[in-house]
Design a protein around this ligand. Structure first.
Ligand code: NAP
Length: 505
């Protein structure tokens, strides 16, 4: 099934063509023309989202669950066409996009089941104590309520699972919040076809059309107008540190500041403890190389830094990693801009005196090869820029002088999405000392695994202290992500007939 984008915005059920246009820049296949949003359209989308909230925010959980399931079906109906245009726009292989689609529909169905169970409402009751002295206690009931219209910004590296109907949109809709999506300019056609799926699900379920709008564009003004619109009550963002920080600051500077849930970059350090490094340096190196180059390294959970204790085992590990990475064929990056940033990041690393290049293949254009560098812990700690994310298949080995030095290094890291320990049972004492430090740094701590591949589940945390995220108390993956778009309301002494339906029991 072929799909040719109309290039229009979807605003509360209407497909609208703009006056100004931008052209897509696909990795392969035809270029298409897309409308650029305006502040008038942003206003219309946000006002209709507010209108929709008065219905959707008070709808039965079963109705919202049915809508989410219909949306999953409508995405599946368009499955092949989504893969085709997604692959053209992003250069990602078909198999990767099929997997991502399954993750996206699985997420919608998981959230539907989750809200039907009702635990997420976190209902609490303090019974009345009319005879309490010196003052009686009234009955107090509490539950979580949706916060209102939510703005969503997708990421270029997950055109389905972190985009138009991805995690943030699914979480907001599950909570009862209408969504205004700023379409990502790197995959506008993929965004549009998914918006068609949302439109069809709205039609079939009968929910208010204002629950979803997609505004396309390739300029900063649209995103800025959305986050500053007074009807928007929270923002879900997945993307770069620079973009996320700019929008976060705008949210904080509003007359009414709103929460900005930004999932930003991370270098995801891996600590290879001495006995593990001694027992399996080659296997660790090969596993790392595979994780580092998955999707051309364009994963926020890409483990960019491996920390080892200096010595012969470290030499074997580094040589094996260089060899494994050297065998990886060039891969196409998601956009020209991301490829350019990778080239610049690689060049910056190569220029540092404190760094030795193990593998640095000369390259240009959108097809890139992996790079590997190494340095000492002392030099790493002295140069903060070495700890910044280079988005792409770039690895840095940091050689510590001892296990104690590894702990010292761990303390120097900024906030991370993940931190990994590779260990043998005989490394337990060292791992026990490292764990409390890593817990303070990362949203997810792993042992003997690689952080790429984030399970969508109840216990998953995809977040972490800044700059991994702008809100360390939240996750953007898993059922707990719904919580971001809720706020607790206490109902004191309300007669039973007045209580919201979900509390009446
Ligand atoms: P991006 O360049 O920040 O773009 C994300 C979205 O925000 C786009 O729609 C973009 O608009 C918009 N935007 C960016 N800066 C803006 C600004 N100053 N004002 C208004 N709008 C702005 O990110 P990306 O290239 O898509 O994603 C790659 C980055 O995301 C990597 O650094 C990666 O590590 C990170 N990432 C993080 C996670 C996570 O969960 N932590 C997951 C995936 C990716 P345009 O479309 O007009 O450019």
């Amino acid at each position: 099934m072929g799909f040719t984008p109309t290039g229009r915005h979807l605003v509360a059920g209407d497909w609208i063509e703009g006056e100004d246009f931008f052209s897509s820049a696909p990795a392969q296949g035809p270029v298409h023309r897309f409308s650029i949003g305006t502040s008038a359209l942003v206003n219309r989308a946000c006002e209709t989202a507010e209108d929709a909230f008065w219905h959707f925010g008070y709808s039965k959980r079963s109705e919202r669950a049915a809508f989410l399931r219909l949306l999953a079906e409508e995405i599946e109906v368009r499955g092949e066409a989504i893969t085709a245009i997604g692959s053209q726009e992003t250069g990602l292989p078909a198999a990767r996009l099929q997997g991502e689609r399954a993750r996206t529909t699985g997420q919608l169905r998981l959230f539907a089941d989750h809200i039907e169970e009702g635990f997420y409402l976190d209902r609490r009751t303090d019974g009345a104590l009319p005879d309490r002295q010196p003052v009686p206690r009234p009955e107090i009931r509490m539950m979580q309520r949706p916060i209102g219209p939510v703005a969503v910004f997708g990421a270029s590296n997950f055109p389905l699972a972190f985009s138009t109907a991805g995690g943030d949109t699914a979480a907001a809709l599950a909570a009862g919040c209408p969504v205004v999506v700023k379409g990502h300019s790197a995959h506008p056609g993929t965004g549009e076809i998914v918006a068609h799926a949302v439109d069809a699900a709205i039609g079939r379920s009968g929910v208010h059309p204002g629950v979803f709008s997609l505004i396309q564009g390739n300029n900063r003004e649209i995103g800025q107008a959305i986050v500053q619109h007074p009807r928007i009550k929270a923002v879900g963002f997945t993307g770069s540190l620079a973009g996320g920080r700019a929008l976060f600051d705008l949210c904080a500077a509003r007359p009414e500041p709103i929460p900005f849930f930004g999932e930003l970059g991370s270098v995801n350090p891996m600590f290879l403890l001495p006995q593990a490094l001694k027992a399996r340096p080659e296997a660790l190196a090969q596993g790392w190389a595979a994780s580092l180059t998955m999707g051309a390294g364009q994963f926020c959970t890409n483990p960019g830094i491996a920390i080892v204790v200096d010595g012969r085992d470290a030499d074997r590990f580094t040589a094996a990693a260089g060899e494994a990475l050297g065998k990886v064929a060039p891969q196409t990056m998601l956009s020209d801009g991301i490829a350019r940033s990778y080239h610049e990041g690689q060049a910056r690393m190569a220029e540092r005196n404190a760094v030795r290049a193990v593998l640095a293949t000369p390259m240009s254009g959108r097809d890139v090869s992996p790079s590997l560098f190494e340095t000492s812990s002392e030099r790493f700690i002295a140069d903060h820029a070495m700890g910044e994310e280079v988005f792409g298949p770039l690895g840095l080995v940091v050689r510590a002088s001892s296990v104690e030095d590894m702990e010292h290094l761990a303390r120097a890291f900024a906030g991370q999405l993940t931190a990994t320990i590779h260990m043998e049972p005989s490394d337990l004492a060292a791992a026990r000392r490292l764990l409390p430090i890593l817990e303070r740094k990362a949203g997810r701590v792993l042992v003997n695994g690689f952080p790429t591949g984030v399970e969508v589940a109840d216990a998953m945390v995809h977040g972490g202290p800044y700059p991994a995220s702008t809100n360390f108390g939240a996750t953007s993956v898993g059922t707990l992500s719904i919580r971001r778009f809720l706020r607790p309301v206490a109902y004191q002494n309300l007669p039973r007939d007045l209580l919201p339906e979900d509390l009446d029991g």
